[in-house]
Design a protein around this ligand. Structure first.
Ligand SMILES: [Zn+2]
Length: 460
């Protein structure tokens, strides 16, 4: 019996970087495409008329009329424990951390609580069409176990790590340089490279780690191949002033991290709103990436990320798109793009739809050095897909009818769209989320779930 699967609908992909080349040469678009999937991987993608003869006997394509098939979204900066405090009123970064974040994160000492929230979080990611995310857990190792366990049940490619904090936070959330190192090492042994899971060394940000802890994070990166690094950088002026006080010997905020060996390939710095030219040059030379988190930067009043300065072809820095929930206000990357367009507009630039969708897919994959397997509809790529419904709401349907190009349609989708516009999400070729599947929108793939009754479905 064949295990081949095929999807039919409109499809988009990329063959270049639209921040470096004309957008129209970078977008690949088929009005009527066939995506053929075998063993969790894309076997072929192209015009239906050309490919339908290659389908094995008996394989009937799943039809998605009025929809666009694209690579699953990549969210390069998000905190799953903050789901319970998304939309918290009234403060800027440092006060917001103390008032809301550090209170919520203490509850993740309880593994059962972590498991429930991880279950909800994974479902909300998939509902938003996000198939890969770079995720902050809490200081508690059990919060990481809970997240990876749920990611593994869905067989989703996820990157996550235990937060390291050894000062300037409530006692209940502190580790130490040594304990943070030991716990991270044990988690790396448990999860890094297991199935589709990747470990990410995760010092929260310079103010909550001593120099000894940042050095220990650098040591972890040196000792293990292929690890990721995530932290926050230059989000808010008060935060930057505090870092200057705490690390007077360093040339800049970024230099604090560089000094500890944390700036390199697979390093992802969240926000980078207030950057100097020298910081951009350092990131470019090191191959480090920035996560642009527009809904968060607007919500906390942090400032306007200079996207087009960051990706300047004279020394391009890799940029991915992040939701930064819970400071971000939506897990939908369509909503992140909606706000990214406005942030660009306020810096006198225009983010076109091709650039926008590239940021949320292939651009994110390139920033994570996963672009050999994620971000495109091409043979050999992971079949992590998002099906966008261009008629998801009455207004979207009405407006879409007046679009006369794929670029128009994509732009309207990112302006009006959110999780309602995600018709289905595929992870490694399995439909793990189907908006319209009665009673059971989410489904673990059969391969990870031989005894489905044993698996908790945490929150309805
Ligand atoms: Zn963050």
């Amino acid at each position: 019996m064949t295990t081949t699967k095929a999807l039919r609908g409109r499809a988009i992909s990329f063959r270049g970087n639209p921040f470096e080349q004309p957008a129209e040469t970078c977008l690949v678009h088929h009005d009527d495409a066939l995506v053929i999937i075998e063993g969790g991987v894309i076997e072929a993608c192209g015009p239906y008329a050309e490919l339908r003869h290659t389908l094995p006997d008996g394989v009937v394509p799943i039809e998605y009329p009025d929809a666009i098939i694209c690579a699953g979204f990549i969210d390069a900066h998000v905190h799953y424990p903050q789901l319970q405090m998304i939309g918290a009123y009234g403060s800027q970064l440092l006060e917001w951390l103390e008032t809301y974040t550090f209170v919520a994160e203490q509850q993740f000492a309880d593994a059962a609580h972590a498991g429930r929230v991880a279950g909800l979080f994974m479902r909300e990611l998939l509902r938003a069409g996000t198939t890969t995310a770079m995720v902050y857990c809490t200081v508690h190792p059990q919060s990481v176990d809970a997240f990876f366990a749920e990611a593994e049940r869905f067989n989703a490619r996820m990157i996550a790590g235990k937060v390291l904090m050894d000062r300037n936070a409530p006692d209940a959330l502190l580790d130490s340089a040594q304990r943070g190192y030991d716990e991270s090492k044990a988690l790396i042994a448990r999860w890094h490279g297991r199935g589709r899971q990747h470990y990410c060394v995760t010092p929260r940000f310079a103010p909550t780690s001593t120099e000894a802890q940042l050095d220990a994070a650098g040591a972890l990166l040196k000792e293990h191949d292929g690890l990721f690094l995530q932290t926050h950088l230059c989000e808010n002026p008060s935060e930057i002033a505090w870092v200057r006080e705490l690390f007077p010997a360093r040339a800049s905020y970024l230099d604090v991290y560089a000094h500890a060996g944390l700036v390199g390939r697979r390093s992802m710095f969240g926000h980078a709103v207030h950057m100097h030219e020298q910081d951009f040059c350092t990131c470019h030379q090191a191959g480090a990436a920035l996560a642009h988190c527009p809904t968060s930067n607007l919500f906390l009043g942090s400032g306007l990320f200079r996207l087009f300065d960051a990706v300047d072809p004279k020394r391009p820095v890799k940029v991915a798109l992040g939701t930064d929930v819970g400071a971000g206000t939506s897990l939908s990357q369509l909503q992140s793009l909606n706000e990214a367009y406005k942030v660009a507009a306020l810096t006198d630039r225009k983010l076109n739809a091709t650039q926008a969708f590239y940021l949320a897919t292939l651009g994110g994959a390139e920033a994570l050095y996963l672009d050999d397997r994620l971000g495109k509809l091409e043979p050999g790529y992971d079949a992590d897909l998002c099906i966008l419904d261009t008629r998801a709401t009455p207004l979207l349907g009405f407006r879409s009818a007046y679009c006369d190009s794929i670029e128009d349609l994509l732009f309207v989708l990112m302006t009006l769209g959110d999780d309602r516009a995600v018709r289905a999400t595929y992870v490694a070729g399995e439909c793990v989320y189907d908006r319209d599947r009665a009673g059971e929108a989410f489904r673990y793939p059969a391969a990870t779930s031989p005894h489905r009754e044993d698996l908790p479905c945490p929150i309805a």
